[in-house]
Design a protein around this ligand. Structure first.
Ligand code: MIG
Length: 732
């Protein structure tokens, strides 16, 4: 462990000096608890540092963004915590938080759960797990983000319980008007209470603390095609070729676990991928990136170079006996790097050069809960005490010293993704990394994208994807998606088309399918399905300039890309209850078909006028409309007053800079921002980005540059309103 680093990079947070102590919390608590306050963004926030008796200090927070650790907090002047939040230590390893939950208060956020956006009325477990049974009775999943937003008619307040230890959130089940959270820890934690504000402001504050997502590489926003598995290079190239032959846009093909030799990390099977480097080069010439999966577990084999190197550097998690802990995963008996240690992340990062050498453009971290075949449910959530350190599978070593795995389990996936993200940045200092992860903890957005694991080819899971992705976005992680078409079970044409009608609006857009299931590439279910899916993917590519603008917005404000209706219609009680529609940014409202056999649906539109994306009569909001959604429809509405930048269809993002771009102006008066950058480098952080403020009125578009640091791509611009379109020149 390197302790020379400044405290915000390694080591525990600076203990408050005796001269500056927070307000002591309670006399009955035998440990140390201090209360602090600060305005985070625009939100009055109280922080409580709780250290149990005999504990060292507040454990290092992996959730907080480095910049957030530099802020000064003042001793809290109030007497009670806001919103009636109370906490106490019940037993040696159990803390309890309680707060009132008046009737009508909705509970949002809390990361990934196979449940609706309103988390009220159930008990949720935060303990990262690979549970293949994705039904409502499954209380926990791969990602844990202990940030809850309580939304009432007078605004939102929030709670962030920064601890990666097991948690159980009971949110007004048994129809009671109060919530109880159990946290099983012996190490202490930090609790943040965000005072009453709006939904956008509270997410802004939470992401000011825990960080935001930098712009993804443009190619990663295109269509990605995956399946478990394309087992040979011949097959992977054939899939790519089909996309081009059929002129269906696509940017990436994905190699799942079978590209490896004996499932060993940092290897390629030379039997099945004899010319991996040649393959990636050939695919690159055709506009394809290759993404490979990479699991954390290292095969325990003296013949494996990664294992030998790991032993030499002492990187593996150890059992209480002192031996590296051995679990069963794809490669058989395997060991697990301790990604909580900086030296281990560096070690892993060095190994990752392997992928750059063979031309891999992005990495997909799977099984990083970590999932172990012999320990599918390592901890029973019914238990209300933490087992002793030496009975938590293995020990890990965060900066403050060894601790049982369960207490820090929820960090494992994020810290693996962090190791990957930071290494890619270091190896290619001016390239935006792409890292996709299955497991996550609060703050994960700093390290890339997530997908929500092994869903099924069911309409239920199509519908739930909206609610789940909305929740993940409100929990701070904007770059998210689910397996399009569904992972388990078999998709049919109707499901696939309906799924693409939603998925083209997912921030992360990947078709994936499980081993042994019926293939569902865009063409696999017949020509009618193919034609609809092709058109939908084309629309996705047309929308990419808009989507990229939303990532800029996220960077500035923390706003997710997918937003619940109440985000932009806060005073509207009907909008608040709707969770089968969503906003993509401010200007698009998406209202897809989420049931089999339906050809029409009731669409609620908030106040204002709305333009059907596919054209047709303008609809007036503030009420429901009966809308027909055919298989080739784009089920979206554009806000009156929006200027939507749409590119001409392309086959992959490499062609995008050259594609004509049209500013579609909706209504008589409209305004917007439009930005351009190279889509690949970090130059935008240094101002290499062009930005215009657009205004449309009296049939004229005006563009006023607010920043000119990029220089343009030489593409042509148009302005359109209704069916009229004419050339436009963007002032530079
Ligand atoms: O035990 O790598 O969620 O997307 O295709 C299954 C094989 C392991 C689980 C992932 C899935 C992936 C699969 N993996």
């Amino acid at each position: 462990m390197s302790d020379e680093k400044p405290y915000w990079e390694a080591g525990r947070q600076a203990a408050p000096s005796p001269a500056r102590r927070g307000r002591r919390e309670r006399d009955s608590f035998a440990g140390v608890a201090e209360r602090w306050e600060r305005r985070v963004g625009t939100v009055d926030t109280v922080r409580v540092d709780v250290v149990p008796p005999g504990g060292g200090g507040v454990p290092h927070s992996y959730a907080l963004a480095p910049a957030a650790l530099l802020h000064e907090w003042k001793p809290f002047r109030g007497r009670r915590l806001p919103a009636g939040v109370r906490w106490r230590q019940e037993t040696e390893s159990r803390f309890v938080l309680e707060f009132p939950l008046p009737l009508g208060t909705r509970c949002l956020g809390l990361g990934e759960l196979y449940r609706g956006t309103n988390r009220r009325g159930q008990t949720h477990v935060l303990f990262n797990s690979d549970d293949p049974h994705h039904t409502e009775s499954t209380p926990r999943l791969y990602q844990s983000i202990p940030f809850l937003i309580c939304e009432a008619s007078d605004g939102c307040w929030g709670l962030f319980l920064d601890s990666p230890a097991p948690q159980k959130w009971s949110l007004g089940n048994d129809l009671s008007d109060h919530a109880r959270v159990e946290l099983l820890t012996r190490r202490g934690f930090q609790l943040y209470v965000f005072g009453l504000t709006t939904l956008p402001e509270i997410v802004c504050a939470f992401t000011e603390l825990t960080g935001r997502t930098e712009l993804p590489p443009r190619w990663s926003l295109g269509h990605q095609q995956s399946r478990w598995s394309y087992p040979t290079e011949r097959k992977l190239r054939e899939v790519a070729r089909e996309f081009r032959r059929r002129r269906i846009p696509c940017d990436a093909v994905v190699a799942d676990i079978d590209y490896m030799d004996d499932y060993r990390v940092f290897t390629v099977s030379r039997e099945r991928f004899p010319h991996f480097e040649k393959m990636t080069r050939a695919l690159a010439r055709d506009g394809f990136r290759v993404v490979t999966i990479l699991d954390p577990a290292v095969k325990r084999s003296r013949r494996d170079a990664t294992y030998r190197s790991g032993l030499r550097h002492d990187v593996f998690c150890r059992s209480a006996s002192g031996e590296p802990y051995v679990g069963q995963v794809w490669a058989g008996a395997s060991v697990l790097p301790d990604f909580l240690r900086e030296d281990v992340r560096d070690w892993w990062g060095e190994k990752l050069r392997f992928f750059a050498d063979i031309g891999v453009a992005g990495l997909w971290n799977d099984m990083n809960e970590p999932a172990l075949f012999n320990q599918p449910a390592p901890f029973d959530p019914a238990v209300s005490e933490l087992p002793p350190d030496d009975q938590q599978l293995f020990l890990q070593r965060p900066p403050e010293g060894p601790v049982g795995h369960f207490e820090v389990r929820n960090l494992y996936g994020s810290q693996m993704a962090r190791a990957t993200y930071e290494a890619l940045l270091e190896h290619h200092p001016n390239q935006r990394p792409f890292v996709l992860s299955r497991s996550a903890y609060a703050g994960h957005q700093r390290f890339g994208a997530v997908w929500l694991g092994d869903n099924y080819s069911w309409f239920e899971h199509l519908r739930l994807s909206i609610q789940m992705l909305l929740s993940v976005g409100l929990s701070g992680v904007p770059f998210c998606g689910v397996d399009v078409g569904g992972f388990g079970q078999d998709a049919d044409g109707e499901l696939l088309v309906r799924w693409y009608q939603v998925a083209i609006f997912y921030p992360f857009f990947r078709n994936h399918c499980a081993l042994g299931r019926r293939p569902h590439e865009p063409w696999a279910l017949g020509p009618a399905t193919e034609a609809h899916v092709k058109r939908l993917i084309e629309v996705r590519y047309q929308l990419l300039p808009y989507l990229e603008g939303l990532f800029h917005e996220h960077r500035a404000t923390g706003a997710p890309l997918m937003r619940p209706l109440s985000w932009h219609a806060s005073g509207d009680p009907t909008a608040r209850e709707i969770d089968d529609e969503f906003f993509l940014g401010r200007d698009l409202l998406v209202a897809p078909i989420v049931h089999r056999g339906q050809e029409r649906r009731a669409v609620y539109l908030p106040t204002g006028k709305w333009h059907p994306f596919d054209g047709g009569a303008v609809l007036t909001g503030g009420r429901y409309h009966d809308v027909v959604v055919g298989p080739s429809a784009v089920p979206a509405f554009v806000r009156d007053g929006a200027i939507l930048p749409l590119a001409d269809p392309v086959q992959h993002t490499g062609e995008l800079p050259g594609a004509n771009l049209t500013f579609h102006c909706f209504g008589r008066q409209a305004s917007g921002l439009y930005r351009e950058d190279d889509g690949a480098s970090l130059g935008y952080q240094l101002g290499e980005c062009d930005e215009w403020r657009l205004t449309w009125s009296r049939g004229r578009l005006r563009a006023e540059p607010t920043q000119l640091g990029f220089g343009g791509t030489g593409r042509r611009y148009f302005v359109a309103s209704g069916s009229h379109r004419e050339a436009f020149s963007l002032p530079r």
